[in-house]
Structures are given as C-alpha cells and as structure tokens.
Design a protein around this ligand. Structure first.
Ligand SMILES: [Zn+2]
Length: 190
C-alpha cells in the first residue's frame, strides 16, 4: 500500500468522521429553537447512534412526555437535519453527567466558590456548636461554683459570704440581722 493511498484512506476517514459529527452539531444548535426554551432546559441531546438520537432528560416525567411527543419532534428535527433520524430515545440516565466532563480542568471541590464542605465536615461544624452551648453553660456553672467556693464562709452558718459582710459583721448579713434582732451587738473590725 502506497503512502498516497494511506493518506487517501485517512482523508476519507476524516471526511466520514466530520460527516458523522455534523448532524449532531447541527442538532445541538437547532435543539433549543425546535423544542423551546422550557423543554431545552429539561433535555440535553447526548449523541446520534445509528440514526437514533439519545437525549437525557431532567426527570422520568420529562422522558415520558418527550417519548409521547417524539414523532412530532422527529418531523421537526428531520426538516433541519441533512440525514433524517429514525427515532429519539429519552432517558434520565445521563442527565447528571455533564457532556464535557473529561475536558473540564480538574478543580478540587474545596476550591469551588460554592463549596460548602462535605457532609462530614459539615457535621463536625455543627457538633461543636451544640457542645459550645453545653460548654458555655458548664463554664458558667463552674464560674458560679468557683465564685461561691472562693468566698469565705460565714463562721456562724457556714454559707459562702461576701468578704465585705465578714469585714463588717464577722458573719454573713443574714446572721448579722439575726444577731441584731437578738439585740446582740456585732463586733466591728477596725
Ligand atoms: Zn451566716
């Protein structure tokens, strides 16, 4: 086989590839105007295989609706396409898969501006929030406890007493009041 004939074959294959690719590219361009904006938002042509157009739909209901109306759609599409389609198949299967996923640059999810964190780290964010409430209460209780523990005790009733009261009456204000009512003169500290 001569180099020329190899090039000829490659040329033919290239032409064939272009020719096979063309109807689908044309279809992609005319799809929104044929089906309308609403349908276009819920459908995405995937490929043409053996004259059958494969279309992804956003839901099973859309797949069903489109399947019912596909004969009308086929007529409209075939008026625009160089090579008529035999049928259209609708499926939700490839809807989640973006068509050019391989060509897209790899972006780490945490680098995406919409990144909210994965479910686990989200839970990790929530748990300390609950713990914080408990910790806040715990530390408050501890502070209150420590405060009363640090207070000197009234020698009479053994209750935590502000130092000012002890300085003044040597006992707590309650005991001082009792002593006063008993006509007992509290000792004053100079
Ligand atoms: Zn007391």
């Amino acid at each position: 086989m001569s180099l020329k004939s190899v090039n000829d074959i490659l040329g033919v294959l290239e032409q064939q590839a272009k020719w096979q690719e063309q109807p689908f590219q044309q279809l992609l361009q005319t799809w929104p105007e044929i089906v309308g904006a609403v349908v276009a938002a819920h459908t995405r042509p995937l490929s043409i295989q053996r004259n059958v157009l494969w279309v992804a739909t956003s839901s099973a209901a859309w797949a069903q609706n489109m399947t019912f109306g596909r004969q009308t759609l086929l007529l409209k599409l075939n008026q625009k396409l160089p090579k008529p389609l035999a049928d259209i198949r609708f499926s939700t299967a490839s809807w989640q898969l973006p068509p050019q996923v391989e060509q897209q640059p790899t972006v780490l999810p945490q680098e995406h501006p919409s990144y909210l964190g994965d479910v686990n780290s989200f839970r990790r964010d929530v748990t300390p929030h609950i713990n914080n409430a408990n910790t806040a209460f715990g530390s408050w209780a501890k502070t209150m406890q420590a405060r009363s523990h640090n207070l000197p005790l009234c020698p009479q009733c053994q209750c935590p007493t502000p130092p000012g009261e002890l300085q003044r009456w040597r006992v707590c204000s309650i005991c001082a009041a009792k002593q006063l009512s008993n006509n007992f003169e509290p000792k004053r500290v100079t």
